[in-house]
Write a protein that binds this ligand. Structure first.
Ligand SMILES: *Cc1c(COP(=O)(O)O)cnc(C)c1O
Length: 375
């Protein structure tokens, strides 16, 4: 038997979650389209597989790695493709024009570069406005200059969509404060908009008009600390599974793992699982982080090492060598594991290591060719 770790990617759950995003965003009453945000290799789920599974439903794909965008085009995807961080240099601008990519524009000098580029065709752009995230985009004080430069650039553009990004859509501070700034900055403009990320789509669907931009929710995790993915109607896409490699009795006072960080206070049975931080499991997950062993909840003990972690099987007598372990996914949400490890499911997904073999499920009856590039 090969090393037993596997990441199962449930493509039917992915499609289900995309439809949840669409149904929720449609409540805005003015939905134009739903980008599937597939940056960072589709949040670690594998871009070709995710794009393939969504090919006949997704209105467009949003990401920021230009090589990945070009690979989508070369694989036959014809939907709009949005580059969330825009183009980084003149060469990339020409790649945008050649492959029909839509870049975000967030600095004035980028408008000048567009004017000077002598592109073969007019370019669609997303104009990024900074309404309080203070990451990318034009602030209120820059708007007069933006309007001037944009007017000059107009002959080179096929469309302009106004985009902003919410910083607190997932908590009680909400989105109203940023929306207010957005409205003020865009007054008098009648242009399409793109505002809502996963948290805004789910909790503030009125902001999902225009083009919504769900990422995390597509992968079946919750953007909220106080509401789990299941109660939002989402299904986990990634399940990281492995097996118990060894089981041993440990006496009180004995320690487990590097640094002897965990000490048994009673006789216990410890299972060693073939999964470590080189597989993408968070090294800083403390003793007590939940795992599922043979379908029952158990907890990790000691430090996570590169290729293994240990868990307490004392309360799971049916478990032993060969028992299946779910690290996160079906039956144990990535959000819960992430919270125990002091991080977010975003980070767990993106950290899935290349050495972990992937098994696709839920794609039955749909061959690769049927799902490719169809619009
Ligand atoms: C990543 C990203 C999103 C998606 O965010 P989620 O919280 O994963 O839904 C949307 N818009 C922008 C600009 C992003 O960078």
């Amino acid at each position: 038997m090969p090393r037993p770790i596997q990441a199962h990617i449930d493509l039917s759950a992915l499609r289900h979650n995309y439809e949840v995003a669409r149904a929720c965003a449609a409540r805005s009453g003015g939905l134009s389209g739903v980008w599937a945000v597939v940056k960072a290799d589709a949040y670690g789920h594998g871009l070709p597989r995710v794009a393939g599974a969504l090919a006949d439903v997704a209105d467009g794909f949003a990401l920021l790695e230009i090589d990945a965008a070009v690979a989508l085009r070369e694989a036959g995807f014809r939907q709009p493709i949005l580059l969330l961080e825009g183009f980084f240099d003149r060469r990339e601008l020409h790649v945008c024009a050649e492959f029909g990519l839509t870049p975000a524009v967030h600095r004035l000098d980028q408008l000048r570069v567009i004017r000077d580029a002598a592109l073969p065709a007019r370019l669609p752009i997303y104009l990024k406005l900074n309404t309080g995230m203070n990451r990318l985009g034009f602030g209120p004080e820059e708007m007069p200059a933006v309007r001037r430069e944009l007017a000059e650039t107009e002959p080179f553009l096929s469309s302009v969509t106004l985009m902003t990004h919410f910083a607190t859509a997932d908590d009680e501070r909400g989105v109203a404060w940023q929306l207010e700034r957005f409205r003020r900055m865009c007054s008098g403009w009648n242009l399409p908009v793109s505002l809502a990320n996963s948290a805004a789509i789910l909790r503030h669907p009125e902001t999902a008009n225009g083009w919504a931009r769900p990422g995390l929710l597509l992968y079946g995790a919750s953007p909220f600390a106080d509401e789990d993915a299941g109660s939002l109607g989402l299904r986990p896409v990634m399940t990281l599974k492995s097996r118990v490699l060894a089981a041993r009795e440990v006496k009180p006072g004995e320690r487990v793992g590097y640094g002897g960080a965990f000490e048994a206070s009673r006789p216990m049975r410890v299972g060693v699982v073939a999964c470590g931080y080189a597989d993408g499991y968070p090294r800083h997950a403390p003793s007590g982080t939940p795992v599922l062993v043979a379908g029952a909840r158990a907890a990790t003990v000691g430090r996570v090492s590169m290729d293994m972690l240990a868990c307490d099987l004392t309360g799971v007598p049916q478990a032993g060598v060969g028992s299946e372990v779910v690290l996160w996914g079906e039956g144990l949400s990535a959000d819960e594991v992430a919270a125990a490890a002091g991080t977010l499911s975003y980070e767990l997904f993106c950290a899935l290591a290349r050495r972990v073999p992937v098994v696709e499920t839920g794609g039955e009856g749909r061959t690769r060719d049927e799902t490719r590039g169809a619009v």
